[in-house]
Design a protein around this ligand. Structure first.
Ligand code: ADP
Ligand code: MG
Ligand code: ZN
Length: 638
C-alpha cells in the first residue's frame, strides 16, 4: 500500500471516529438520558416503562405516558411515597408536556438472564431491532469515509486549480502529475516545426509504428524503446515532442525531469513507477520526459551523491527494461546536456536512438521564419531570405522572438503590417539589445567609437576572404555595445579554413589598432573583441590542430557542446603554458596584420569615420562608395 493511501486511511478513520462519537453524544443528549440499571429496575417495578428496545450494547427505555393507564400497577406511578426515592417523571423534567413525551432513557446492557421474565411480568413490550451488521459498518464507517474522501478530493483539486496547478486531487500526492495529451490536444503538428527534417523523419517512423505495428512485426523489426532529442536550447525539442503528440493518435504523457525530483527520498521513484503503470494501461502511447538531465545525471563523480535522484534514475532504468515495447509504449526524452547523462541510460534497449536537433541552417531558418510570420500581417516587400542570412547561428526560439519583436515595432510605429526594416531592426535588437538613443556620449567618446568601428569594417573589406560589410552604427545599444559592424554572410558554410579564422581575428584586432593609430590610446571598448579573438586563437591551437608547434594534437575537449561549449584541458600544465604561448603568437601576428591594414588605409579610415560621426549609422553601400575612392594599397594585400 502506498504511503499516501495509508496516511489517508488513518486520517479518515480518525475523523470518522470523532464524527461517530459526536453523533452518538448529541443524539443521546438531545432526547435521551442515561440512567443506572438499578434505576431502570425500579422504574420497571413501578410500572413506569411501556417499551424496551434491546440493543447489543444498551437498552432504550420508553416510559409509559401519563394518559395511558397502567394495567398492572396503576396508582403507584404518582405515589409520593416512592420507596426508592427515585424522581418521578414530573420531577425529572419539570418541563412542558411535549418534551416529556419525547424523552427516553437508556442504560447499559447487563447480561441479566431474568430481564425477559421481568419484562413479561410487568407487561412491557420488548424487541430488538433487526440490524444488518454489514450495513452498520457501512453506515458508520465506510459512508463517512467516502464522503470525506470525495470532499477532500474536490477541495484540493479546486484549490490547486486556482493556484494554477490543475493537478490531480488528494490522492495524487506522490503520483506522477502526468498530463494526458490525447490526439491533437497540443495543437501542434509537424507542419509547425520547420528546418528539422531529419529529426522529423526519425519521429515519423515512431509515429508510424504506433499506427501500424504489424507492418514492422512482419519483417521482424523491433521498435526502439526510447529516443533522445538532443540539441541546443530553443531549437524545438519540446515543440517536436508536442508535434509527435499531435501526429500520433495515441495518448501522450508529458513530464519534465524536474517533476520527479522531490525533497523526499522515494517520491521520484514512485512517480516513475506510477507513470509507467499508467502508460502500460494506456498503450499504445508516448511518454515524453523533458529536460531528462534533471534525473538522468551521471551517478559517478559526486561526493555524497544524491539519494533521491539516484533512486529515481534507477527506477527509470528498471522500468525501461521492464516494459515490452511491442505493446506500443515509446519513450521520448529531451536534453541539451547529453554528455552528463548516465551511460546506463544511453545503452541499447533504453534511449538507444539519438535524434539530433541542431541549430537550423539557412534554409531551415527561412522555413522557421515562414512558420512564424504566418501569425503576423506582413507587407509584400518582406524578404525572409535576407533575414535568414542575417541570423546565422540563431535557434528557432530566437527566430520566433524576432518575428514578434518586429511585429511589436510595427505596432509602435503605428503601422498595420510588418515591413522588412522591422525585421532587420528586430535582428539587431536580439543580437545587440535595444537602441539607447538617450545615452549621451561625449564628443570624444563618439569619435573613438566611430574610428574603432570603421577600423573593423576596413579590415573586413580589405581582406580577401572576408564578408562584405552590411551596416556600421555608433548608436549605443542596451546590451553594452557602443557601436558595431554587421557583416553579411553571402552564403552559409559549415567549414572554416585556417585563413578565414586568421582573417576573423585580424578584424577583431582592427578596432583597437584604429584607436591606437588615430588617438594614440587604448580603451575598454575592445574587451569583447579581445575575448573573441583569444577564444578563436585558442580553439585553433587546442581543438583544430592549426598550430605548427602541436600539429594534430588535441589539447582540450568540449564539455557541453549544446550549452556554453566550454573546453576542458586534457594536457599537463607545462603543455598548457606552451599552448598559451602559441595562442599569443597567433594573436600578435594578426595584430600586426591589422596594423598594416589600418596604416595603409589611414586616409580612408578618417574620411569614413567622419562621415559615420555625422550620420551615426551608415550602410554597407555608403561605406563602399567612400572606400572605392581610395585605391587598394598593394602592401596591405601582401
Ligand atoms: P527546446 O529545444 O529548448 O525545447 P522549444 O521546443 O521549447 O525549444 O522551442 C521554443 C519555441 O521556439 C517554440 O515554441 C517555437 O515557437 C520556436 N521554435 C523552436 N524551434 C522551432 C522550429 N524548428 N520550428 C518552428 N518554431 C520553432
Ligand atoms: Mg525544451
Ligand atoms: Zn570592436
Amino acid at each position: 500500500m502506498p504511503p499516501n493511501l495509508m496516511s489517508f486511511l488513518l486520517i479518515a478513520m480518525l475523523v470518522t471516529l470523532v464524527f461517530n462519537t459526536l453523533v452518538s453524544m448529541f443524539s443521546a443528549s438531545a432526547t435521551m438520558k442515561e440512567i443506572k440499571y438499578s434505576e431502570f429496575m425500579t422504574k420497571l417495578e413501578a410500572g413506569e416503562v411501556s417499551e424496551v428496545e434491546i440493543r447489543s450494547d444498551r437498552l432504550i427505555i420508553t416510559p409509559r405516558r401519563e394518559e395511558e393507564p397502567d394495567p398492572v400497577a396503576s396508582g403507584i406511578t404518582s405515589s409520593p411515597a416512592d420507596p426508592t426515592g427515585a424522581p418521578s417523571f414530573q420531577e425529572t423534567l419539570g418541563q412542558t408536556q411535549e418534551t416529556q413525551l419525547e424523552l427516553t432513557y437508556y442504560t447499559g446492557y447487563l447480561y441479566d438472564t431474568e430481564l425477559i421474565s421481568l419484562l413479561n411480568k410487568y407487561n412491557v413490550d420488548y424487541y430488538t431491532p433487526l440490524t444488518n451488521p454489514l450495513w452498520e459498518i457501512f453506515r458508520s464507517w465506510i459512508l463517512p469515509m467516502l464522503i470525506i474522501f470525495v470532499l477532500f478530493n474536490f477541495l484540493l483539486s479546486t484549490v490547486s486549480k486556482r493556484m494554477g496547478g490543475g493537478k490531480g486531487g488528494f490522492m495524487s500526492f506522490g503520483q506522477s502529475n502526468a498530463k494526458v495529451y490525447v490526439e491533437k490536444k497540443t495543437g501542434v503538428t509537424f507542419d509547425d516545426v520547420a528546418g528539422q527534417e531529419e529529426a522529423k523523419d526519425s519521429l515519423l517512423e515512431i509515429v508510424d509504428f504506433l499506427h501500424n505495428p504489424e507492418k514492422y512485426a512482419h519483417i521482424g523489426a523491433k521498435q526502439p524503446k526510447g529516443a533522445l532529442l538532443v540539441g541546443p536550447p530553443g531549437t524545438g525539442k519540446t515543440l517536436l515532442a508536442k508535434a509527435v503528440a499531435g501526429e500520433a493518435s495515441v495518448a501522450f504523457f508529458s513530464l519534465s525531469g524536474s517533476d520527479f525530483v522531490e525533497m523526499f527520498v522515494g517520491v521520484g521513484a514512485s512517480r516513475v513507477r506510477d507513470l509507467f503503470k499508467q502508460a502500460n494501461q494506456m498503450a499504445p502511447c508516448i511518454v515524453f520526459i523533458d529536460e531528462v538531465d534533471a534525473i538522468g545525471k551521471s551517478r559517478d563523480g559526486q561526493i555524497g551523491g544524491n539519494d533521491e535522484r539516484e533512486q529515481t534514475l534507477n527506477q527509470l532504468l528498471a522500468e525501461m527494461d521492464g516494459f515490452d515495447s511491442s505493446k506500443g509504449v515509446v519513450i521520448l526524452a529531451a536534453t541539451n546536456r547529453p554528455e552528463i547523462l548516465d551511460k546506463a541510460l544511453l545503452r541499447p534497449g533504453r534511449f538507444d536512438r539519438r535524434i539530433i536537433v541542431e541549430r537550423p541552417d539557412l534554409k531551415g531558418r527561412e522555413d522557421i521564419l515562414k512558420v512564424h510570420i504566418k501569425k503576423v500581417k506582413i507587407s509584400k516587400n518582406v524578404d525572409l531570405k535576407r533575414v535568414a542570412l542575417a541570423t546565422s547561428g540563431a535557434a528557432g526560439a530566437d527566430l520566433a522572438n524576432m518575428v514578434n519583436e518586429a511585429a511589436l515595432r510595427a505596432v509602435r510605429l503605428n503601422r498595420g503590417e510588418v515591413e522588412q526594416e522591422d525585421l532587420m531592426e528586430a535582428v539587431e535588437v536580439i543580437v545587440a539589445g535595444k537602441e539607447k538613443k538617450d545615452r549621451i556620449m561625449t564628443e570624444k567618446e563618439k569619435r573613438i567609437v566611430a574610428f574603432h568601428e570603421v577600423g573593423h569594417a576596413l579590415a573586413t573589406a580589405r581582406q580577401k576572404n572576408s564578408q562584405p560589410v552590411q551596416k556600421i552604427t555608433i548608436v549605443p545599444r542596451t546590451m553594452g555595445a557602443l557601436g558595431y559592424v554587421i557583416q553579411m554572410p553571402e552564403e552559409e558554410h559549415y567549414l572554416m579554413t585556417k585563413d578565414e579564422m586568421l582573417t576573423q581575428i585580424t578584424i577583431s584586432m582592427a578596432g583597437r589598432v584604429a584607436e591606437e593609430e588615430v588617438f594614440n590610446l587604448q580603451t575598454t571598448g575592445a574587451a569583447n573583441d579581445i575575448e573573441q579573438a583569444t577564444k578563436m586563437a585558442r580553439n585553433m591551437v587546442e581543438l583544430y590542430g592549426m598550430s605548427e608547434k602541436f600539429g594534430m594534437m588535441g589539447l582540450s575537449s568540449i564539455e557541453n557542446k549544446y550549452l556554453d561549449g566550454r573546453a576542458v584541458s586534457l594536457v599537463s600544465q607545462i603543455t598548457e603554458a606552451d599552448a598559451d604561448n602559441e595562442v599569443s603568437c597567433i594573436l600578435s601576428a594578426c595584430y600586426n596584420k591589422a596594423k598594416d591594414i589600418i596604416q595603409s588605409n589611414r586616409a580612408a579610415l578618417s574620411e569614413i569615420a567622419e562621415f559615420l560621426i555625422e550620420k551615426e549609422t551608415i550602410t554597407g553601400e555608403e561605406f563602399m562608395k567612400i572606400l572605392e575612392k581610395f585605391p587598394v594599397d598593394i602592401y596591405s594585400q601582401a
